[in-house]
Design a protein around this ligand. Structure first.
Ligand SMILES: [Zn+2]
Length: 173
């Protein structure tokens, strides 16, 4: 079984090979061009070098358009297939993962609100943190006991603390 990333920490001679190892996404052939409606007579004038150039051009286009979105969608599926242990295994999320492997929005005891942080330090509500393309980027969760409303960077909805903002005593419940 392949060891996870900690099997090849920086400094390990295998480190760069592990992280930069690439896996083919797709390939284009002359058959594809015929299937797209170009005649064989036309397609056969393209040399292998022309086809290679076409492939690179398509790759560059995908990187600019749908590549990163598609990557997040596919990565969400790949991590989900690893099971609920992926989230449970993160000690920074201990207590915030329910039995279905979902991140909770409120503590089960007391109903305290919870906010989450992703790898880019974005603050997210429980609903947004559970989005399939987002949930495996969540690195930490915390109970929000006291302070002004936080704005969820996903949906914009406020995350209201359990005890309100001490700087505005009038608004205390
Ligand atoms: Zn949200």
């Amino acid at each position: 079984m392949q060891e996870p990333s900690e099997g090849h920490p920086p400094g390990d001679p295998e480190h760069t090979a592990f992280w930069s190892k690439s896996f083919e996404i797709s390939a284009v052939s002359r058959d594809d061009l015929v299937q797209a409606g170009y005649s064989q007579e036309l397609v056969q004038i393209l040399t292998d070098a022309d086809m290679q150039e076409l492939a690179v051009s398509m790759g560059n286009t995908y990187t600019d358009t749908g590549y990163w979105e598609d990557l997040e969608t596919a990565a969400g599926v790949a991590f989900a297939e690893k099971g609920t242990e992926v989230l449970r295994g993160n000690p920074a999320l201990a207590g915030f993962v329910d039995e279905d492997g979902k991140l909770i929005s409120f503590t089960s005891l007391g109903g305290y609100p919870i906010y989450y942080l992703d790898t880019e330090n974005s603050i997210l509500c429980g609903t947004c943190a559970n989005e399939p393309e987002q949930v495996f980027k969540i690195v930490a969760g915390d109970v929000y006991y006291e302070g002004a409303d936080l704005a969820c960077e996903g949906c914009g909805n406020p995350i209201t603390s359990a005890y309100g903002d001490p700087a505005q005593p009038d608004e205390k419940p």
